[in-house]
Every structure is written in structure tokens, then in C-alpha cells.
Design a protein around this ligand. Structure first.
Ligand code: LIP
Length: 264
């Protein structure tokens, strides 16, 4: 790759912030909403507009890098070796309901090597920009960030409820009951990207969700590993950046405890 990773990450951050301002400035009551396949799976006109904005900005800067976004109509496989993997509004349901907790998630992925090279996650409602480069550390609004040292007993555990696939509801609730019994409390913020960013920032000690898509976790996974945490699928393997996967993450102590609960 000819471009410098730090230069690409800088443009990803600028693009994520500009995209976040579009989200923040949009009244959810003013946008059309379409249902996607599955249960409670929606896309708004703002999701589509934000993704078009991001795709345009990034393609002007680096036309040689592929683009794979949640709202692409032709949902082909991730075919480029090097691609931006993008969730324009992670937490679409939160956005729709005016809950003001959603994020723009942009990852630069080496798909052939199945790894993320750079990550930018921005929440316009808190004006918090989380970013990282592979081997370069993780940052929150320019300050280094790292995972906490809290075990489950002394921490908050985040989770996602896999709302688009209710066939796994019983399995999710059984796991949630086991996690809840072990930690201070549980939190479902409705946005995987922010759950993962909050693990990297030390706010949550762990996070899990039975099924997510690459655009939900491609950026957050790098934030966590660069902040000293661990993230895998439920089998303990690296997350698949080309297809949906299960996700479990945490600081090293909490991750190990969560893994035991998942394997029970
Ligand atoms: C959402 C995730 C969330 C998950 C939802 C959905 P979206 O992403 O961030 O963790 O529980 O099912 O996938 O669809 O709002 O971009």
C-alpha cells in the first residue's frame, strides 16, 4: 500500500467527525425509514446519506481502497484486499427513537490477512472520537486510552441482544443471566461500536453479542487490542472480517471470565 497508515487514519477520523455532524444535525422525525430483512432491522434515509458521504470522501482520498458499507444495496462479499468497512450509523434504532447514542464506525481492513489496520469511531452526541492504528496505540480525543483492570465482579459488562435474530433469544437470555450474576451490572447501549470503544476506554470491563456483522466490530476490535484488551468470537478465534460472527471482548481478566461463562 502506497499511503501511510497514519495519513489514512487521519482522513478516516476527519470523515467520521463530519459524518457524525450530519447524523447529529438530522431530526429523526424528518427521515424516511425502511425495514430490512430480519426482525426490527431498519435503515433510515440518514443512514444512506451518511454512508454516501463517507464513501465519497474516502474514494476521493484513496480510490484504490475498496468500500464495504452496511447500507450497500448490492451486499456482495468483501472482495477487495484492502477495504474500508463502514457502519454509517451504528445504533440505528437509537437514532430513530431520538435516544442520541449512535456512532459512525470506519475501519481500514486488510481482508486477505483478516486484520484491521486503522479504526475511527465517533459519537457526535458526546463529541468523542476513538481511534487506533495497528501497533500505534488507541486514543480517545487525542489522549492514550487503555482497558481497565476490573474483573467482572467489580465492573460493568456490556451486551447486545441480537435483536435482528430472535431465534437465539433463549441462548442470549441464558448467557445474560450468567453474566449478570457475576458483575456489578449489565448494560445494553444499542450500539456495538460504542460498546467496544467503551471497553477500550476502560468504561466497560467486557462485552458480548451472539451475532454481529463486520461493520459493527471491525473498528472496535482494533480499538480494544491496541488498548490492551482481547476480542475474539465465541470459539476464541479471530473475528471474521468478511462475514457475521459472534463477539466476546474485554480486558484480559474479564475476557477470561466471560469466556468461561460462554463455555458453560
Ligand atoms: C446494531 C448493533 C447492536 C446490535 C444491533 C445492531 P446497527 O447495529 O450496534 O449492537 O445489537 O442488532 O446490529 O444495525 O444499528 O448498525
Amino acid at each position: 500500500m502506497t499511503r501511510d497508515i497514519n495519513e489514512i487514519c487521519r482522513v478516516m477520523c476527519l470523515t467520521a467527525k463530519s459524518a457524525g455532524r450530519i447524523m447529529h444535525g438530522t431530526n429523526p422525525a424528518d427521515v424516511g425509514i425502511t425495514q430490512k430483512p430480519g426482525t426490527a432491522n431498519y435503515v433510515t434515509e440518514c443512514d444512506v446519506a451518511v454512508q454516501k458521504f463517507i464513501a465519497r470522501e474516502l474514494s476521493v482520498f484513496s480510490p484504490e481502497i475498496g468500500f464495504f458499507g452496511e447500507e450497500d444495496t448490492e451486499k456482495g462479499k468483501l472482495i477487495s484486499d484492502l477495504a474500508f468497512v463502514v457502519d454509517p450509523i451504528d445504533g440505528t434504532s437509537n437514532f430513530m427513537m431520538g435516544l442520541r447514542l449512535s456512532a459512525v464506525s470506519i475501519a481500514l481492513c486488510d481482508v486477505k490477512a483478516n486484520r484491521t489496520l486503522a479504526a475511527a469511531v465517533y459519537c457526535p452526541y458526546t463529541d468523542e472520537l476513538f481511534w487506533a492504528t495497528l501497533g500505534g496505540g488507541a486514543y480517545l480525543n487525542g489522549e492514550p486510552m487503555q482497558v481497565s483492570a476490573r474483573d467482572l465482579e467489580h465492573g460493568l459488562a456490556g451486551y447486545g441482544s441480537t435483536p435482528y435474530d430472535r431465534t437465539v433469544a433463549d441462548r442470549h437470555m441464558a448467557l445474560l443471566s450468567r453474566v449478570y450474576a457475576k458483575c456489578i451490572d449489565v448494560r445494553n447501549l444499542g450500539t456495538a461500536a460504542l460498546h467496544l470503544a467503551y471497553v477500550a476506554a476502560g468504561r466497560l470491563c467486557a462485552f458480548y453479542e451472539l451475532r454481529l456483522s463486520p461493520w459493527d466490530y471491525a473498528a472496535g476490535a482494533l480499538l480494544i487490542t491496541e488498548a490492551g484488551g482481547k476480542i475474539t468470537n465465541f470459539s476464541g478465534d479471530p473475528l471474521d472480517l468478511s462475514a457475521p460472527d459472534s463477539v466476546m471482548a474485554g480486558n484480559p481478566v474479564a475476557y477470561a471470565e466471560l469466556k468461561e461463562l460462554i463455555e458453560e
